[in-house]
Design a protein around this ligand. Sequence first.
Ligand code: PEP
Length: 265
Amino acid sequence: MARMTTGRVPLIAGNWKLNLDHLQAIAFVQKLAWSLKDARLDFDEVEVAVFPPYTDLRSVQTLIAADKLPLKFGAQNLSEHDSGAYTGEISGAFLKALDCDFVLVGHSERRMLNGEGDDDVAAKTAAAIRHGLVPVICVGESAEDLEKHGQSAVPVAQLKAALAGITGAVDIVVAYEPVWAIGSGQAATPEQAEQVAGQLRQVIADAVGQDTADSTRILYGGSVKSGNIAGFMRQPNVDGALVGGASLDIAEFSKIIRFQNHVGV
Ligand code: PEP
C-alpha cells in the first residue's frame, strides 16, 4: 500500500556492487526472503529490490520465479547501445529478457572509476526506458562540489542532464547519493536529504511533467543503516533508500526494510 500522504510505495534497494557470486547470491536471496517472511513483512507496504552483479542475474531470476519470492531485482549498469561491436557491454534488451525490473544508471562509482559523464548517463537512461526497464538514476555531489557549489547544484544539474532527451510520462526512480556519504559512515542529515529531494522532484516536474514528478520515488543513499533509516523515511520527499554496504548483511538489511516496524512511519 502506498504512503497515505504521497501515494508512492517506498522502495528499499540493495546495491551489492562487486560482491557475491551466483552461488552466494542464491543463498543470500533465499535467506533474505525467509527473514522478511518470518518478520511478516507486508510487501504491499514496501518494495524490496536487489542489484547483484551481472553474472548472478540469471540465478536470481530463476530463484525468484521458482519460489515466487516477492522481491524485485535489477542490474548495476547497462550499455547505451542495443547490440553490436561493443565488447564487454550488456544490452538493456538482455536485462529485460532476464526479467530485470530496474537498472542503476550513473552510480557515482561508475562516474568516478569508469569516467561516465552526464551524456553517458542520459544515453543509458534512454536505453533503459527504451527496453522497459526502470532506470534508478543516481545523482549526488562530491565533498568538493559541496564546498564549492552547495549541496543541490550538482545533483540538480546531473538530473536535468539525465532527463534531457526524455519527453512525456516515464517510470523512473531517482537516487540522491552524496558522494561524501557513500561508504563513509557519515550519512547526510534527513533534512539535507529532504531539501535536495524536493529540488530533484521539481526538476522532474519541469522536465517531464507534474504527474511523473508526483509518482517518482526519490531515494536517499549514503551510509544508510537500520539506526538512521527512520529519519529519512519521515521526510515527505524521500521515498526509500539505496543501500550499499548494509545491504550485504541480511539482518541489517532486513531491519532497514522493516523501517515501518521500528520507526512508526
Ligand atoms: C551506494 O554505493 O549506493 C551506497 C549507498 O553505499 P553505502 O550504503 O555503503 O554508503
